[in-house]
Ligand binder design. Sequence first.
Ligand SMILES: [Fe+2]
Length: 358
Amino acid sequence: MKYRNFPMVPRVVFGDNSFSQLGEILMPKRKNSEAPFIYLIDDVFETKELISKIPLLFDDQIIFISSEEEPKTAQVDAVVAIIKETFAELPSGIIGIGGGTLLDMAKAVAIMLTNTGSSVDYQGWDLVKKPAIYHVGIPTISGTGAEVSRTTVLMGPEKKLGINSDFTPFDQVVLDPNLTIGVSKEQWFYTGMDCYIHCIESLNGTYLNAFSQSYGEKALELCKEVYLSNISAEDSRDKLMMASWHGGMSIAYSQVGVAHAMSYGLAYVLGVKHGIGNCLVFQYLEEFYPEGVKVFKQMQEKHQIKLPKGVCAGLTDEQFETMINVSFGLAPLWENALGENWKEIMTYDKLLSLYKLI
Ligand SMILES: [Fe+2]
């Protein structure tokens, strides 16, 4: 047995309004006045107060990015090309501010500024050759675990797959729960359920070990407090932010499972976003996660979240086939969920019938 030696985020600051310390945090990382910090920010903040608090100096630049769709390899390559054309030297760092989409974009751009070719070439495991430039993640919604993970999930021309590497994790994360104020109830639910599902899939997987379990159990407990008990809004923001962190840590040393494998297929063919995609799938997974699905439905009921129906209605056989192939391509997820003989348990027809429920 060879154990993985994986990197963690070396620096993190946590607390309400900790965002105001960003300037101070970045100061020693600035290489010189010609090497700017580039901020990739979710465009929903374009007119918000947050922008006036960005500690811009010299040639620092803000690039607004839409999170309407999941991050794409072409988008990463385009942002990297713009930065290279605009500045004579490499930036001092990349700062991603937003949800999973923006955090993943920031990680991918930081990698692609030092690695040649297209980001497509690095989708997979341990394909990145050179260290990324300094990169900082600042989540404005909690749940994805992107702030702590060693992957950056991108939609490519042929697949939805992460750039999993030792160079992917952020060098610095700023966890400011106040930045999550203003998220809609639906988005809060879907993204938080991503974290909840990370816990369920990790804790019920064959890859489970004490490392993953210790983080997964804590994250699950926090999710239940946030979504099933009546705690204050402030408490809830703090706890969900830490649940996301722990959920991400839990899957780092194990793996996700059936819901994620299926959700990737859904995203690839229909462009369904990760959080809602997981929920759409998870509601039909009683067979694999009986207790997890029961509690999920209690949470859904308490917050009166109605999931869309008939999402896969009207898909052609060819589209279903693509969806299934993308999903089956994620072998480690299936193996974690169902064991080495997963192909005997999850057959083509079985997966097709599950997709048809959605
Ligand atoms: Fe996820």
